[in-house]
Design a protein around this ligand. Structure first.
Ligand SMILES: C[S@@+](CC[C@H](N)C(=O)[O-])C[C@H]1O[C@@H](n2cnc3c(N)ncnc32)[C@H](O)[C@@H]1O
Length: 193
């Protein structure tokens, strides 16, 4: 098996090169990936995945019935982006920074997306960088869109009130290394009491 075809090896190489920016010790588990993907309705509305890494969640999204050409992926690590492109033909993979998400989608004539699925290691970012990245992700959402984010932390990973967002804990996944929690964020103005 070549290095470029084995997800754990590709992940490990990126982790060694850039530990803080990869932000995980292992790819997302099938359980975590399924919980993230379960938030998406497989219809024609485009979905944006940020920080797809080795594509565990990408695979779960496609298994859920999402058409590859309606899935846009932004991954900053060139090795991982090339791996994703090779592994998921038809998926729109861009090697880029999350903060440029709106510009990248506009270049593809995609307006807003219904769902952003994020594996960004938010806890590794400074508060300013965290806000910048979250604002960029929320900026790509349609009015009633949702941002799905997992975290290894015990609390909410995003200062939701400050950003006018409603936060909802969807579940905890113990079968992941380390265990993770999945959160959904929607615009507070869209929330019903
Ligand atoms: C927690 S890991 C990915 C986990 C992924 N679900 C998997 O199973 O491999 C986070 C990923 O986000 C990427 N990343 C980190 N910061 C980023 C940024 N600012 N823009 C885009 N991708 C980023 C890293 O390169 C890494 O692949």
């Amino acid at each position: 098996m070549s290095l470029s075809s084995c997800a754990p090896l590709v992940f490990f190489r990126s982790l060694v090169d850039n530990p803080g920016k990869v932000g995980a010790l292992a790819p997302s588990s099938p359980k975590l990936s399924e919980l993230m993907a379960a938030t998406v309705e497989p219809n024609d509305i485009p979905v944006l995945e940020i920080g797809a890494g080795t594509g565990s969640i990408t695979r779960a999204l496609l298994r859920r019935g999402l058409r590859p050409e309606r899935l846009f992926v932004i991954e900053r690590d060139p090795t991982l982006a090339a791996f994703l492109e090779q592994k998921f033909p038809g998926v729109q993979v861009r090697c880029a920074e999350a903060v440029n998400a709106t510009r990248i989608l506009s270049a593809e004539s995609v307006g807003r997306v219904q769902t952003v699925i994020s594996s960004l290691p938010l806890r590794n970012l400074s508060p300013i960088e965290r806000m910048r990245n979250v604002r960029a992700m929320v900026g790509t959402l349609s009015k009633e869109g949702q941002l799905i984010q997992f975290t290894y932390g015990s609390g909410c990973p995003i200062p939701s009130r400050k950003l006018g967002l409603k936060a909802e804990l969807l579940g905890r996944v113990w079968l992941n290394f380390p265990p993770a929690a999945v959160w959904r964020f929607t615009r507070a103005s869209q929330a019903h009491p």
